[in-house]
Ligand binder design. Structure first.
Ligand code: GUN
Length: 283
């Protein structure tokens, strides 16, 4: 079997075109969706993600402003800034790019952003809403993954979904969203015993472990759906996923590439959340 490749960049582009029309219509009503991104320090990967977010925002007509702070910025300063943005009725979404420098506690910052402006979907209130299946901002990467599966009408209900990795940003929430779609979900992580058996039993595999070429074609069940969330820079400087794409595509039924897979969907769902927030504010 040769898998069908799910190109996230193509789906993302189509969704962004639809969003652009929606934003145009909102602007006619005087509503300008606005996202504020805060970037602290000069982590090259973070800078590159933020550039991508700004480019995509400008494409769909979402106003985005970037606030850059030095790497020695204090937690107090950042909290005051977030407080100002929480109170600014023109700002619909606030995103603090992670990771943060050591002097700033990530969870304190996440909880300082008002849940109604938390377009990342990281605030405990929004996580709780997601857990109970209520309308909320869904975390962007997991939301993008579910959108990719749905775009191909891939059945989720009743399937064995195995999530490799348990980060707060990807692994945990994507498992929850798959559960909300009635999958039977297994999480695998560094302490999992017999991981190979879990992987072999998976109908849907989400690989978010951060190890280049961790998953090979021979590891998976024929016909499995493979979603690669990894972004690893290898020796030659190129980007590669957590899945050995060439071998896995011979066994899988659907597979996502890296790049052009999950990455562009993450940014697209961020824009979706920002537009959703703008609409909510003006209801
Ligand atoms: N760093 C890596 N991914 C993300 C994300 O989705 N949101 C934020 N705020 N920071 C990140």
């Amino acid at each position: 079997m040769t898998a069908e490749v799910i190109y996230g960049n193509v789906l993302a582009e189509n969704l962004r075109l639809e969003m652009r029309e929606e934003v145009d219509a909102l602007k006619e009503q005087g509503i300008i969706p606005k996202l504020t991104v805060i970037l602290i320090g000069d982590n090259p990967a973070s800078k590159s993600y933020v550039r991508g977010k700004q480019k995509a925002s400008s494409f769909v007509g979402v106003e985005s402003n970037l606030i850059e702070l030095p790497s020695d910025a204090t937690e107090k300063y950042l909290l005051e800034l977030i407080d100002t943005l929480n109170k600014d009725s023109q700002v619909h979404g606030i995103l603090v790019q992670l990771p943060l420098p050591a002097q700033i506690q990530e969870q304190v910052i996440i909880e300082a952003i008002h849940p109604d402006k938390d377009v990342d979907g990281f605030h405990p209130v929004n996580i709780g809403r997601m857990l109970t299946g209520k309308d909320t901002f869904l975390p962007c990467t997991p939301f993008g993954i579910i959108t990719m599966l749905k775009s191909k009408n891939i059945e989720i209900a009743g399937k064995n979904a195995v999530v490799i990795g348990r980060s707060n940003i990807v692994g945990k929430p994507v498992g929850q969203l798959l559960l909300n779609e009635n999958a039977t979900v297994t999480y695998c992580h560094s302490k999992t015993k017999n991981m190979e058996e879990h992987i072999k039993a998976a109908d849907i595999l989400i690989v978010a472990i951060g190890k280049a070429h961790f998953l090979k074609g021979e590891d998976i069940k024929p016909g499995a759906v493979v979603i690669d969330v990894g972004i690893n820079r290898i020796e030659d400087g190129s980007l590669t996923g957590d899945v050995d794409f060439e071998s896995a595509k011979e066994t899988a039924s659907y597979i996502t590439p890296v790049p052009k897979g999950v990455g562009p969907m993450t940014i697209t769902m961020l824009l979706h959340n920002t537009i959703k927030s703008a609409k909510r504010f003006h209801q």
